[in-house]
Ligand binder design. Structure first.
Ligand code: PLP
Length: 509
């Protein structure tokens, strides 16, 4: 068949296993690609989302029994569709909304994913329909060009003076691993080819704060460092790396035969949002010849705030750092930024040749491909929704909201300090506050009691909070992510905890 014949044929018939598909004629294809149909479906979904956003009630999550939910899904998963497309689509979106944590509600106080700016979601939708992967210039011209421009925009707040590099990755966990790989390959250049033999007898180790995110330990397991070679540095009373113990801990580890090559600090720890002193870590790293990596997945966003940027002072001295925009830049996941102090570092994480994608001739297009610096081959154009907001509204919508939330968290801390029956565990530095309910009449196991409170609050459906283990016992954890939230919502949460807590104590006694 000639190409021209296709144009004349109403249906392309494919003979396959004795079946003939008249697929161009199939009702489903006609419907799915019909622009009017598309517009109708989008209209339907948008009106549902608009109703969802207009719901100002204080809500957490409507938690379903997994079995019940799976049965419901099973019943919906049928090949015939007697109800029609709109009804089914409607049912699916409704179920998604019903089962979702209401991230735009002040009741959502539990996790680090954004209470999103809806417009970012609109742009995410555009990206999904256009389907442009962003690892290669030819497939993702706009996202790649935006990344180049935004790198310099961000650098106004970071302050690199040399030839730095900026990469987007699918999440902070992958970004942490990518940076650790770059650090490992920088120190042990033969490992990439020879595997662990390339270590030539050395025992690679990394030094981290005691409260480091699990993705760092996981990365150590994956890239051949091994979890046992993670040297933990104790925290101070503010839950930051205890600067006075860094050098001695690393020297002691080296004396034990560990080749500590990398120091990892946190800018906004996951548990309490504590910021390590980067300036001091950089000084020690320089002195001990260590790669300094800063996990700023949570706190990197303070870079855009004139009030809070000082918390990451010295970040331009780190060899690499990670910043999740899908946390405090309030865009939907994923959107993660990975920065390297030197351009050449970025090229060190991976080394592959693949003629079908990597162009060995450094031409004006291929030189902007990011695939050689990314683990991903196909990658979401994750800068687009973020940049759209930045281009339309500028930096202040991000910094204002962040500053408000930090202030809210500080107010929550004062409320806790003033309450006889609550104990604040730390003075907040970000939008996270951890505390325990400790009424006078409690005699039970603290760990269990806080856990029951957390689960009870979640089941109540009004507030969604999380929990974290601090100093060996469970604490309640609140993360403020909504601009609609105010201190009265926090007070309402505390009252709900009191009622629930007393109920738990009364049923036990
Ligand atoms: C959230 C978080 C991560 C993990 O990032 P993901 O984007 O969820 O993969 C890593 N480190 C810290 C400090 C975090 O808060």
């Amino acid at each position: 068949m000639e190409i021209s014949d296709y144009a004349d044929t109403d249906a392309v018939n494919l003979e396959y296993q004795n079946k003939t598909f008249h697929y161009r004629e199939r009702k489903e294809y006609i419907e799915m690609f019909d622009p009017e149909e598309f517009k109708d479906n989008v209209g339907l979904v948008v009106s549902k989302l608009s109703k969802y956003l207009s719901d100002k009630s204080i809500r957490g999550i409507n938690l379903y029994e997994p079995e019940t939910l799976m049965k419901k899904i099973e019943a919906m998963t049928i090949l015939e569709n007697p109800e029609g497309t709109k009804e089914k689509l409607s049912e699916i979106v409704d179920l998604y909304i019903k089962t979702a944590i209401q991230v735009h509600s002040p009741g959502y106080m539990g996790r680090q994913f954004s209470g999103v700016y809806p417009l970012a979601g609109v742009m995410d939708f555009v990206s999904s329909v256009l389907s442009q992967p962003a690892s290669f210039y030819e497939a993702g011209q706009l996202p790649i060009a935006i990344e180049k421009v935004m790198a310099h925009e961000f650098n106004k707040f970071i302050g690199y003076t040399g030839d730095f590099e900026f990469v987007t990755t699918t999440g902070g966990s992958l970004a942490n691993m990518t940076a650790l790989l770059a650090a490992r390959n920088h120190r042990y250049p033969n490992v990439w080819d020879k595997g662990l033999d390339g270590l030539e007898g050395l025992k690679p180790a990394i030094a981290v704060s005691e409260s480091i995110h699990y993705s760092i330990s996981r990365a150590a397991g994956i890239i051949g460092i091994g979890e046992n070679q993670i040297v933990k540095i104790p925290l101070n009373e503010r839950k930051q790396i205890c600067i006075g113990k860094v050098e001695s801990t690393i020297i002691e580890a080296r004396q034990r035969g560990l080749d500590v090559f990398c120091l990892v600090g946190a800018a906004g720890s996951t548990s309490v949002g504590a910021f390590d002193n980067i300036e001091e870590l950089a000084e020690i790293a320089e002195k001990l010849d260590l790669w300094l990596h800063i996990d700023a997945a949570h706190g990197g966003s303070v870079l855009v705030s004139d009030d809070h940027r000082h918390k990451v002072k010295g970040i331009e001295k780190a060899d690499s750092f990670v910043w999740d925009a899908h946390k405090m830049m309030f865009v939907p996941a994923m959107c993660t930024f990975l920065f390297y102090k030197k351009k050449e570092y970025a090229k060190g994480a991976f080394r592959q040749e693949a003629s079908y994608v990597f162009d060995p001739n450094d031409n004006i297009y291929a030189m902007h491909d990011s695939a050689s610096k990314n683990f991903e081959c196909t990658k979401r154009p994750m800068i687009l929704h973020f940049w759209t907001l930045w281009a339309i509204y500028g930096k202040s919508i991000f910094s204002d909201k962040l500053e408000y939330l930090f202030q809210m968290t500080q107010s929550a801390f004062w409320v806790l300090k003033d309450s006889m029956d609550f104990e604040a565990i730390h003075e907040p530095e970000a939008n996270i506050i951890c505390f325990r309910y400790k009424p006078q009449n409690y005699r039970e196991d603290m760990h269990d009691f806080q856990l029951q409170i957390r689960n009870g609050i979640r089941e109540g459906g009004k507030f969604f909070i999380s929990k974290v283990d601090i100093d060996g016992a469970t604490a309640l954890r609140v993360v403020f992510m909504n601009h609609d939230i105010n201190i009265s919502h926090f007070n309402a949460l505390l009252n709900e905890i009191r009622i629930l807590g007393q109920k738990i104590l009364n049923t036990k006694n």
